[in-house]
Ligand binder design. Structure first.
Ligand code: GLU
Length: 481
């Protein structure tokens, strides 16, 4: 690493919701920038005017912010290398195309889609790799003039020189491509739209990108991009191609494997910290089998080499497990913040903060995702209190009824504060009934919560308080007579 702070970029095409694979690329770039005290640039690759949408772009920006991946330059954070939307940079691409035309390194190609498709099929039928065979490469000036005059639209192709293209990838080591296998490729389409490989190298150059970190599906693009760097006299950045996230069948993770977007996981109640932890961990560990790591430590210990070496299978259960650990760890305030949409959806948006924090604290050990909160809010709500079939069964004997009556009596005669009820009344109840452990707790739990399982009983005493406990005991007693 040179001394100058590195500049990396995340360059999504807003043609869909942010896929976890792309989020992982964004994360690696962000971690790299943070680790080496460099900058992350967000560049929106929106040249495809048909598939691109502003809604996807807005969602993408929200998703990155939700994950805590903040960019130093990009939309909304203007720097000296903007604009940061490719759609606003066409004049830059045009100027560089002119340079390549003047240097005779590109040529106009008049082939129609049908002609190109026929060539492709013919190569495939002969078991040859499909590529452009160079039909328009050596057209005479006269032929070009005639085709242009006839109104035939021209794309511009880069004339690939023979020879090998090699580079040293920061993750994969030495990589080698044969120029002869590539075929002359389009850099500007006949409709004037620059192709990805062309726009991307101009942007990476002008935005002073020092390291390109992206998925290994772009490896063959890098060969083409290196040719363009050379042709334009630019020094290329360093490249790091990380392995991709795979589905259970080891194919690239896609919709048919289930949920794949950051938005889906957010809507399913995954915490951003948990998703970051999981995406950073995937395919590696934080050393000595460590799997849970806060973001500061992830930044501190980040290494490209470890991060993206081998393809890793996305395991939803593991993500949920990590999520459950983060749910236990977060402060009630942070947890409540992330849980708000789920709390509202369950109809408890009005709960006062203190009560909500106490409930969250009481139930957090029982849930693996924020989306599971609904039933846990309901068990603290008197207006929907009811006995489950299992609870009824537990309560259906005279001895239990007696226990409940004794507790009711104790409640009526105590002046202990709500927080002290459990500690004060339980020893008395045990003494009076001669019952201990499960024999005592099971029927009490059934009566007080209406359920046979759930959070610790002491929490119910302090959160519900005297009047609510009395209300529930009355109901339980009535239901068992
Ligand atoms: N827009 C490209 C993509 O989303 C960017 C690839 C790159 O990082 O160069 O795949």
């Amino acid at each position: 690493m040179t001394n100058a702070p590195p500049r990396v970029r995340f360059a999504p095409s807003p043609t869909g919701e942010l896929h976890v694979g792309n989020a992982r690329t964004a994360l690696f770039n962000w971690l790299f920038a943070k680790h080496y005290r460099g900058s992350l640039i967000l560049r929106i690759e929106d040249t495809d005017q048909v598939r691109t949408s502003k809604v996807f772009e807005e969602n993408l920006r929200q998703d990155l912010s939700w994950l805590g991946i903040e960019w130093d330059e990009g939309p909304g954070r203007e720097g000296s290398c903007g604009p940061y939307h490719q759609s606003e940079r066409f004049s830059l691409y045009r100027a560089h195309l002119e340079r390549l035309i003047a240097a005779d390194l590109v040529y106009p190609c008049y082939c129609t889609d049908e002609e190109l498709e026929a060539e492709r099929r013919s190569l495939l039928s002969r078991k040859l790799m499909p590529r452009y065979l160079g039909k328009c490469r050596n057209l005479t000036a006269e032929t070009r003039g005639r085709l242009a005059a006839a109104g035939r639209p021209a794309a511009y192709r880069f004339h690939v020189p023979p020879g090998t293209i090699t580079f040293s990838d920061l993750i994969r080591g030495p990589v080698r491509f044969e120029g002869s296998a590539l075929g002359d490729f389009i850099i500007v389409r006949s409709n004037g739209i620059p192709a990805y490989n062309f726009a991307v190298i101009i942007d990476d150059q002008l935005m002073k990108i020092t390291h390109v970190i992206r998925g290994e599906d772009h490896l063959s693009n890098t060969a083409l991009q290196l040719l363009l760097y050379r042709a334009l006299g630019f020094a290329p950045p360093q490249f790091a191609h990380h392995a991709l996230i795979l589905g259970w069948d080891r194919a690239k993770l896609s919709k048919r494997h289930g949920s794949t977007t950051v938005r889906e996981f957010r809507e399913q109640g995954i915490l951003p910290q948990a998703l970051i932890n999981y995406l950073a961990l995937l395919g590696a560990s934080f050393g000595e089998g460590k799997e849970i790591c806060g973001v500061d430590e992830i930044i501190e210990t980040f290494s490209l080499d470890r991060a993206g070496k081998s393809g890793a299978i996305f395991d939803k259960d593991k993500l949920l497990w990590i999520n459950s650990l983060y749910i236990r760890k977060e402060s009630p305030q942070t947890l409540a913040g992330h849980m708000q949409p789920f709390i509202k959806e369950a109809g408890y948006g009005h709960l006062d903060e203190t009560r909500l924090y106490r409930i969250l604290d009481a139930v957090r050990d029982n849930i693996a995702s924020l989306a599971e909160i609904g039933p846990y809010l309901r068990i603290f709500d008197d207006s929907v209190y009811e006995l489950s079939a299992g609870a009824r069964q537990l309560l259906a004997d005279d001895e239990t009824r007696e226990v409940l009556l004794i507790l009711l009596g104790l409640l009526n005669n105590t002046d202990a504060a709500d927080d002290e009820l459990y500690g004060t009344l339980m020893p008395l109840l045990s003494e009076k009934t001669g019952l201990r452990g499960k024999e005592l707790f099971m029927p009490l739990r059934a009566a007080i919560t209406g359920k046979t399982k759930g959070p610790e009983l002491d929490r119910f005493f302090s959160i519900l308080g005297k009047s609510s406990l009395r209300y529930r005991l009355h109901k339980a007693i009535a239901a068992t007579t």
